[in-house]
Design a protein around this ligand. Sequence first.
Ligand code: C2E
Ligand code: CA
Ligand code: CA
Length: 527
Amino acid sequence: YRLFDAVGRNLDFTCLDMAGQKTFQTLWSTVLAGQEWHGEFCNRRRDGGLFWEHATVSPLKDKTGAITHFIAVKEDITVRRSYEERLLRQANYDDLTGLPNRVLMLDRLDQAIAVAHRNDTLAALLYIDLDQFKNVNDTLGHVAGDRLLKEASSRLAECTREGDTLARMGGDEFVIILPGITSGRAAQKVAERVVTLFNQPFHLEGQDNFVTASLGITLFPGDGADGQVLLRNADLAMYKAKDLGRNGYHFFTQEINARMQARLALEGKLRGAVGRDELLLHYQPIIGLEANAPVALEALMRWRQPDGGLLMPGHFISLAEEVGLIKDMGDWVVATACRDLHALIGSSASTLRMAVNVSPRQLQVEGFGAYVARQLSEYALSPDCLELEITESVLMDDTPETAVNLKQLCDLGVRLSIDDFGTGYSSLGYLQRYPFDTLKIDRSFVSAALDNPNAGRLVETIIGMAHGLGLEVIAEGVETIEQLTFLRDRACDNVQGFLFSHAIPPEELPAKLDSDFTAPRYQTEPA
Ligand code: C2E
Ligand code: CA
Ligand code: CA
């Protein structure tokens, strides 16, 4: 401003109204009380542009102590303010879609809960996850994936009204908050609209891509007293929708709640199971068909319950993987299997191998390869005594750590085996990437081989292919003489199944290994 613009005018003539009455009230009450006031204002320049100032206003008093003037010292802080605003934006909004992020969403959720509480209404939380998004990202690349996410966010925006919050939680997960609703019906309508809109294809890279949405819904106050609980329960309900075939929505229910409580209880018990010595290994012989004698043992985990019963791995392995307990459990399995093999073969020249199941999570942890090496040397075992069974999923999403661990294990001379072959992606590229030694044909093919000609031909083809690649073949789940004959006729190398033996405790191994394997009979489960 030039002098004549300003002289004689009240100092606040540059201030924008948005500074608000309250700021001025505190300013005046502070300075009139004889104190100094600091604060920030947004001002308008003479040319209309805005700038931020930091102001210090101090009262000036005469000899009698009466306030006669005020002195304002002002500093232009526009640069700092815009930097702060950018930071604030980054902290609260998602870069890609411009939507509120998780942090701001939680804030809005708290507000919605407060409003519902005050007005005795409801608030709804819709947790949205895109189905098959990973496919698009993997096949068309991240740029196309980003475009899809933007398009998805505008479709979701179409389903909301003013006052609702649409936020991106990260990845392909979104949240919609509906404040102040009076029944779950409102949430259901929004969910139906989302599902419908996502049944339209996304045009990307010149093609139509179908990416549907699965939603989980929670209502305040019924499904949770605070934001964290509402969010967790909506997430669980979303998984329920996925379980039911995706492309749909599911409300949180007491049944979901009960299942989750049971899982939490199981998790609580599983934590510390290693420490309390509750895990044990049973071993199932793998029989070589050339000599009709055991060539290997597969270590299978069991978990002893307080009532003495044994829980099978199908009930706890996936939970252990989800909650991060598998690493310690898996390390324990490697050490125990090595110890038991050492006890069994001692320093004899036995070529009996030990097969150990390894979960993808274990291979993602740095240092697994080194840990295995230490166990082998601790129990004076040759590395080729140990065979690690890995499922195809490990190789589909191999992280850098997975590759390092596998490389280390290969260099060490440990054998690698593909478990459950045929149930996963059955992509053959990875068979060349890592030097596998063994391929295990999944039980489902073996059991179908005789009744279903297609399954029979598939088993034949897998054996031929594996041999072509120089791999040894193990057929899993062999239960009948007919299956055994079928496999023998097709030059399958090894078999494993109840026809020969169940998995048994280590103390029963010496007698079992000495028994006759030439005339097998189906073994019924021990009581
Ligand atoms: P898997 O690796 O495919 O192990 C073979 C499973 O088939 C075992 O079940 C075994 O008892 C069962 N089986 C063997 N022969 C027959 C047969 O003739 N008929 C039938 N119906 N079943 C047969 P189990 O012990 O319940 O283990 C289930 C799965 O749990 C294993 O499948 C493996 O994926 C996992 N698992 C077991 N122990 C471990 C472990 O130490 N670490 C990890 N990560 N996973 C493990
Ligand atoms: Ca296995
Ligand atoms: Ca298997």
